[in-house]
Write a protein that binds this ligand. Structure first.
Ligand code: ADP
Ligand code: ZN
Length: 601
């Protein structure tokens, strides 16, 4: 047997395992079961790929996402691994060839869709073959909260009965304890050792800003920080997706729309361009993203507020799977809060369901308004604790000034009360600021004791107060009455003077104050970097595979930093295994050499 470390170094070209990987790999090599919970980008694939190569026989990987199998298999073949897949997209002749290869012991890894695996014919075939291990990817699909693919996944418990001697590994990025327990019970994994990684994604920088002029804010963000990067921009509605994509195209970006209303062929062509071309921006509804494991998504931007923290974490988690710096960027404002609250009130479902939805939205709003570390709050929400502020979120980088908003909040609440809880924000602000106009006179609001008591604050400041009161659950918006604000029980303490309230000071942040951050370390030569990217792009194009299957950005960075001059030095770069060294070494060495000649000339 070759040692796991040797396989990691020669096939994958990585110098060392990550801490948890090593233990998981050893467990499987020893023939035992494992349950692995790791965040996206944590490195789950190596946990089964390495032992499958170390152990005799073929590793069987069960994965529900047919669209991804091809890329995974392409990536493995690039490494010189004998990999194949079986799913409904194959014609029967190709499927037969794959099955034959399995029977002849000519495969190291075989990806199979769950519904295919549980067919009797397939099980018989497996019974006759030499199996190294079973890897059950996206194992949360067995859970009743996993909804998709559940029926097929539930049948996977038969693996244990039919193949008692073959080690199994179940993997998921879904954290919560209920799902974890269900995986163990449903898949008969009581005896499996549990490996649980923290859910932190330290390379993602979380930023949530006040929505002022969202398009301009997005444009500034893209120009300053991601002029040539791939990323995702999430919008709530299909219409907004299309408008935003069009507008970004006009601004010179390679932007594509994606939502469930587009024809399937167009959707899949856009998805494939996102994976294969450099620097595509996908503008999408939440319909986009499931199972996208493009490693070099450098930013996820939200132009609308996600409904829950779970959704926010999942969507932003698509950034930076390769571990390099990435941004999660969101703008939100009072209108978002009102709109979402109203949509929920209006939705189908029991009162209890609505209440639960409102609570989850409240948690999301709490995250937006928080004045302490965002990452601590996020991880705390998922039951993980981060002892120190992270230093890589907006509130850590630029501490939020607060002010004592108790008095202003009381004025605002009293304006709501005295006008009969029948008016929206704009009118209430006019009352507070003592604006004399027709509507005010029509309702005799100039006679109220609250009229004009709030002249010290301007329009923006009042909107900020109202937004924070709605976000904090002191006020709620009434759909029937066009967003009229109503008092909630929570107000009592404030109105009675028993409670004080610290509010965020919303200051317009100038674009220039955000430091520009390139994914490149400073010492890297941009000219060389671009030339290497171009080399990778053209190699990928000739072979019809995504550029990251050839080398990840991290490996290109390593080239810039190490400047290898010969094939042996090239082979020592992170992410360069023996096969890629031999296949691509010369092409990239030539680019490096040309660059060095030019810069010394
Ligand atoms: P997951 O499936 O958990 O989201 P992947 O298996 O796709 O994560 O791995 C994420 C990234 O980390 C990939 O780019 C992978 O090549 C890289 N990676 C994984 N393990 C290592 C390692 N030991 N050394 C260096 N890079 C690694
Ligand atoms: Zn922080």
């Amino acid at each position: 047997m070759t040692s796991p470390l040797t396989v990691l170094q020669t096939v994958f070209g990585y110098p060392a395992f990550r801490p948890l990987q090593e233990a998981v790999v050893q467990r499987l090599v020893d023939g035992e079961d494992a349950l692995v919970l790791m965040p996206t980008g944590g490195g789950k694939s190596l946990c089964y790929q390495v032992p499958a190569l170390v152990r005799p026989g073929c590793g069987i990987v069960i994965s529900p996402l047919i669209a991804l199998m091809q890329d995974q298999v392409d990536a493995l073949r690039e490494l010189g691994v004998r990999a194949a897949y079986l799913n409904s997209s194959l014609d029967s002749a190709t499927a037969q060839t794959v099955e034959q290869a399995l029977a002849n012991g000519q495969l190291d890894l075989l990806y199979i869709a769950p519904e295919r695996l549980v067919q009797n014919r397939m099980l018989d075939l497996l019974q006759r073959a030499d199996i190294a291990l079973f890897a059950i990817d996206e194992a949360h699909c067995v859970s009743q909260w996993g909804h998709d693919f559940r029926a097929d996944y539930l049948q996977l418990s038969l693996l244990h009965e039919r193949f008692p001697a073959v080690p199994r590994i179940a993997l998921t990025a879904t954290a919560d304890a209920r799902t974890r327990q269900e995986i163990i019970t449903r898949l008969d994994l009581e005896g499996a050792e549990k490996f649980i990684a923290g859910f932190d994604r330290p390379n993602i920088r979380y930023r949530i800003a006040l929505k002022q002029n969202p398009k301009q804010q997005l444009l500034r963000f893209l120009k300053a920080e991601h002029p040539r990067d791939a990323g995702i921009v999430y919008c709530l509605s299909r219409k907004k997706v299309e408008e935003t994509a069009l507008w970004l195209q006009q601004e010179g970006y390679n932007a594509l729309p994606y939502h469930a209303g587009l024809p399937a062929a167009l959707r899949s062509s856009h998805q494939s361009r996102f994976l294969r071309e450099d620097a595509v921006i996908m503008v999408a509804t939440i319909a986009f993203g499931m199972g996208i494991d493009k490693p070099d998504v450098r930013f996820v931007a939200h132009l609308d507020l996600p409904k829950t923290i779970e959704a926010y974490y999942q969507e932003t988690g698509r950034a930076g799977r390769d571990g390099l710096p990435a941004d999660a960027w969101l703008v939100y404002g009072l209108q978002d809060v009102l709109k979402l609250r109203q949509m929920m009130d209006n939705s189908e479902g029991s009162a209890e369901h609505k209440r639960a939805e409102q609570q989850r939205l409240n948690a999301m709003l709490g995250l937006c308004e928080i004045t302490t570390c965002r990452r601590q709050a996020l991880l705390h929400y998922f039951g993980d604790d981060l002892p120190q502020p992270c230093g890589n979120c907006d509130t850590c980088l630029e501490p939020v000034p607060t002010w004592d908003g108790t008095e202003a909040a009381r004025m605002a609440l009293s304006a709501v009360y005295r006008t009969g809880q029948r008016f929206g924000v704009n009118h209430l602000i006019e009352v507070l600021r003592g604006i004399e106009n027709d509507r005010i006179f029509q309702y005799d609001h100039h006679c109220l004791p609250t009229f004009g008591v709030g002249k010290a604050l301007d329009n923006h400041q009042w909107r900020s107060v109202f937004r924070q009161l709605v976000a904090g659950g002191y006020l709620t918006a009434d759909l029937e009455r066009f967003g009229a604000l109503r008092l909630q029980d929570k107000c009592r303490g404030l109105l009675k003077g028993e409670e004080t309230l610290q509010l965020r000071k919303d200051i317009a942040r100038k674009a220039t104050r955000q430091q520009t951050r390139q994914p490149l370390p400073e010492e890297v030569d941009v000219g060389l970097w671009e030339a290497l990217r171009e080399c990778r792009r053209s190699l990928a194009e000739t072979q019809g595979i995504p550029p990251y299957i050839i080398f990840h950005d991290r490996t290109l960075q390593d080239m810039c930093a190490q400047l290898p001059r010969d094939i042996a030095a090239f082979g020592r770069l992170s992410g360069v295994g023996e096969r890629k060294r031999d296949k691509y070494g010369r092409d990239f060495l030539r680019v490096i050499e040309q660059h060095l000649e030019q810069s010394t000339a």
